[in-house]
Design a protein around this ligand. Sequence first.
Ligand SMILES: NC(=O)c1ccc[n+]([C@@H]2O[C@H](COP(=O)([O-])OP(=O)(O)OC[C@H]3O[C@@H](n4cnc5c(N)ncnc54)[C@H](OP(=O)(O)O)[C@@H]3O)[C@@H](O)[C@H]2O)c1
Length: 250
Amino acid sequence: MTAHAVGKPDYSSLDLPPPPPDRPYVLVNMVMSADGRAVFEGSERGLGSPVDQRLMRELRANADVVLNGAETFRVSGSSPRLGDPALEELRRARGKPPVPVGALLTGSGELDTSRLFFTARDFEGVVFVLETTPEAKRRALEATGRKVVELPPGETIRALLRYLRVVMGCGVLLVEGGPSLNGQFFAHRAVDEYFVTIGPVIVGGADQLTPVRTPRPFSPERAPRLTLLSAVANPETGEVYCRYRVSYPA
Ligand SMILES: NC(=O)c1ccc[n+]([C@@H]2O[C@H](COP(=O)([O-])OP(=O)(O)OC[C@H]3O[C@@H](n4cnc5c(N)ncnc54)[C@H](OP(=O)(O)O)[C@@H]3O)[C@@H](O)[C@H]2O)c1
């Protein structure tokens, strides 16, 4: 049933179907301006209100793993933390660790290991690299104590999904961008639900990132299709919180 409500949705306990055998159930979460831009003055930080941030953390409460692309990590850092003991308690009651596993995907291995993702010990972290990642970079990542997993270059996203599901037992993956990473998940037909907050600002520009970046546009026959599951308008923040189910034409 589609809900058009006013206020704030509650994303902390989503009713999600079981994952397929070869990959997790995949959620993508983004915030964008009312003209569809995913970056404002160099990052996503100016786009979402504290309510949007809260929804991001509620979504994390459902996830076994939270994944970012390396560029998002370099720009904004990356953390799967919930920032709320009540949300952590909710997870414990479901038999899950209080904080999901944090994950990064990089080819270059250019990640600042002094950042919280590598130094925090209240959550597990895994860094996915390629066989082409320079050995010295890989060793520096391993020296942080974070798990480092090598993926094959051609089939990276499929291999990543299989590893998460089969080796790590991940049932729900939350992808928190950026746009290039999201684009690959959509291109692999591996996004099940898309959450997007529409913020009350116009960013403009000619080549600004939108929430999904692919080398070429999808053809109308192949484009992922969305079914609106809920849309909640917040008069206080001016934001609209949308939740879609994603399907892919045969
Ligand atoms: N509005 C929002 O909700 C939101 C959310 C997140 C991010 N953002 C913004 O989005 C921007 C970053 O997005 P982006 O699209 O440029 O980058 P991104 O998707 O965050 O990261 C791209 C990087 O991830 C690694 N990567 C991605 N696919 C890979 C693959 N198949 N194999 C190996 N490595 C792979 C590569 O890292 P290496 O370069 O290390 O090889 C690549 O350069 C930032 O400005 C951030 O603020 C906005």
